[in-house]
Design a protein. Structure first.
Length: 390
């Protein structure tokens, strides 16, 4: 008689992640690409991956990533915060009411994860690490959007508590050093400034606007003549060559704050960055993972999160300027990301997901599929749909 062996679910997921990721690595090594389909198909599958990532935690938050030898990580409050607006946006695009309900569950998860002083801890939930400005800022954005959609006061109150804490730890020059990653200032915290301006737009509290303005002006002053940013990387060791992910964060914060503030100087600062990146893309046919102050790099991998962010920003500039080059570059970069996405796969942690790096064994989140890459790919494809229907 044959006996079947029932493996524990956690062991099965780990085994799936090991086999699945290694097969993807082999495909990447052999240069095998996925077919490029219409935006709606890629959107549907990447959103399904985000749903699976949320379901995997059982807590309402979104799993940080699906990675080799482990499977799903626990919930990540920071990125769950900024996934919320993307889920609402996709709901309006597709009429998928499940996305709206999931965005509200994500917001409720953040309510439970928030500390008494309004801040959020660094890292995955549950975390014993200290409060972190950037993570808190992204949760503000989620709360603000959920309040706009539901008009439930609890989300606005939590956004205010978080915003007050963020303002209270800001340095006089506009940077954040206290409660920052590695205790150093980062230009990519301009994404916190966006959240503060969104809070200001609802409440009219000048302290939020003043804090945002100070930060983006500080970050903008860190831009050199070719649009590259000093103090941009995650840590001291990589300051000379930040990855496109944090360059994208910085440029987005400066651009969106410039638009909200009607400040052409800020808009031009971000445009300079994105213009040089477009030149590099048109020359090389792809964006390398990181760049030095002269936009040079020897990287042999691409950071797919940064790619999605930058494609979305090129679409944003196309909306502002109607310059065709931005549109063309963004479409090509989105197609590049599409070619890395497996629309059909037996593993839920891989199907529809977006890798940290292309190839998957590149330096950024090696051998994993990350929720923030998925989020920004949703944003970029929705931007493309908007641009194509103007």
């Amino acid at each position: 008689m044959l006996h079947t062996i029932q493996l524990p679910k956690s062991y099965t997921v780990k085994l799936e992640s090991l086999i699945g990721v290694r097969l993807i690595a082999l495909e990447d090594y052999l240069g095998i690409k996925s077919p490029i389909c219409d935006n709606r198909q890629h959107l549907k599958m990447v959103v399904e991956w985000l749903k699976n990532a949320q379901d995997a935690t059982g807590a309402g938050g979104v799993s940080a990533y699906f990675v080799e030898n482990k499977g799903w990580e626990t919930s990540y409050p920071e990125t769950t915060g900024y996934i919320i607006p993307s889920m609402f946006d996709y709901y309006y695009f597709s009429s998928d009411t499940d996305c709206k309900e999931r965005a509200i569950r994500m917001s409720d998860f953040l309510l439970d994860a928030q500390l008494d002083d309004g801040s959020f801890r660094l890292g995955f939930h549950p975390s014993r690490l200290g409060s972190e400005v950037f993570d808190t800022g992204q949760c503000i954005q989620g709360f603000v959007r959920c309040y706009k959609e539901t008009r439930r006061e609890k989300y606005l109150l939590s956004a205010v508590e978080a915003g007050d804490w963020v303002v209270s730890v800001q340095d006089e020059d506009g940077a954040w050093r206290k409660c920052s990653f590695h205790g150093i200032p980062h230009t990519y915290y301009t994404r916190v400034a966006i959240a503060l301006l969104e809070l200001y737009e609802i409440l009219g509290e000048k302290k939020y606007k003043e804090a945002a303005v100070k930060n983006v002006e500080w970050a903008s002053a860190n831009s050199n003549k070719v649009g590259w940013y000093h103090n941009c990387a995650f840590n001291i060791e990589t300051m000379a060559q930040p990855i496109t992910h944090v360059i994208g964060y910085t440029a987005e914060g400066i651009l969106e704050c410039g638009i909200k503030l009607d400040d052409n100087k800020l808009i031009q600062t971000a445009t300079r960055t994105l213009g040089y990146l477009l030149r590099k893309f048109n020359i090389d046919g792809w964006l390398r993972g990181s760049y030095d102050e002269c936009w040079q790099s020897q990287d042999s991998y691409s950071c797919l999160t940064g790619d999605a962010q930058i494609a979305a920003l090129w679409f944003r500039l196309f909306e502002l300027t109607e310059e065709q080059a931005y549109f063309d570059g963004a479409v090509k970069l989105n197609n590049y990301i599409k070619s890395t996405q497996r629309l059909n796969h037996w593993c839920k942690g891989i199907k529809g997901g977006i890798k940290g790096s292309q190839p998957i064994y590149g330096k950024y989140i090696s051998n994993g599929f990350v929720n923030w890459a998925a989020k920004f790919f949703v944003d970029s494809l929705l931007m493309q749909e908007r641009a194509e229907t103007r």
